[in-house]
Ligand binder design. Structure first.
Ligand SMILES: C[S@@+](CC[C@H](N)C(=O)[O-])C[C@H]1O[C@@H](n2cnc3c(N)ncnc32)[C@H](O)[C@@H]1O
Length: 242
């Protein structure tokens, strides 16, 4: 019995260490792999190298199926102002940026400073310029009230968001959506809000769904895939948006 207990303890310690190491080294090793193996200046090569990395290493990047669904939404919405919450190593940022119109701009938010630095470098490696994107290193809750000047830095006037991608913390999805509304950052004539959830029972999803269903004047659910939902916001909407 003693040996079984020691073995179980060792197993738990090993699993804990691996989890810790994985969490710590993941962003550095993702960066090293992508940086050294992609063709610099080519967004599609950066994305393909991320995919290659994810074939053999743990990765937090969205799956190829979600990536395709995301591309479809971006092509349809053709947004000029996009907000991403949860940049991680920049995979979805690069996906978004490569489909934006020439005057399009992405503001992306990442809580972890090391990850934010790595993600920003990857976006630059993919060939995008600081005039096209802004990385904010903070929590989404802190970033949202400061967003307005970043949406139109040159003109001094603000442009509202027509696409928001949330892939940070499902428990923050509802408070962040409410904050975006409160700050009047969502385009009143239409904004698609994409929610990524890696787990069907992600805490926080029920709350945001209840909020949306209770507001048919503003919100409708445009599409619901296995791990991504598209919500459509329009001020004074009748709830009839297809
Ligand atoms: C699942 S990853 C995002 C993956 C990314 N969308 C991709 O596919 O490449 C989630 C990221 O959100 C960040 N994050 C978690 N909570 C956050 C918050 N409240 N505000 C901003 N970033 C947050 C984490 O540090 C992590 O890097």
């Amino acid at each position: 019995r003693y040996r079984v207990k020691v073995a179980a303890l060792c197993h738990r310690a090993l699993a804990w260490t691996l989890r810790l190491m994985r969490g710590k080294v993941c962003v550095r090793s993702t960066h090293a792999f992508v940086f050294s193996k992609c063709t610099h200046g080519k967004a599609d090569s950066v994305l393909a190298t991320f995919d290659l990395y994810a074939d053999t290493h743990p990765s937090l990047c969205i799956s190829p199926q979600i990536a395709e669904a995301l591309d479809e939404v971006v092509r349809r919405v053709c947004p000029s102002r996009v907000l991403e919450l949860g940049m991680h190593c920049g995979y979805t940022s690069v996906r978004l940026l490569r489909l934006l119109p020439p005057a399009g701009r992405l503001v992306t938010v990442e809580l972890d400073p090391l990850t934010a630095d790595i993600g920003e470098e990857i976006i630059l490696v993919a060939g995008f310029k600081h005039s096209q994107f802004q990385v904010l290193t903070s929590s989404s809750a802190e970033a949202i009230p400061t967003l307005r000047p970043y949406l139109a830095p040159d003109k001094g006037t603000s442009e509202a968001l027509s696409l928001v991608l949330m892939d940070h913390d499902p428990q923050q999805y509802l408070p962040d959506l409410q904050a975006l509304e409160r700050e009047e950052l969502l385009n009143p004539s239409g904004c698609s809000v994409l929610l990524i959830y890696r787990n069907q029972r992600a805490e926080g999803l029920r709350e945001i769904m209840d909020h949306i269903r209770a507001r048919p004047d503003c919100y409708s659910i445009k599409s619901e895939l296995q791990f991504m939902m598209e919500i459509f916001y329009r001020k004074g909407d009748t709830g009839m948006e297809s």
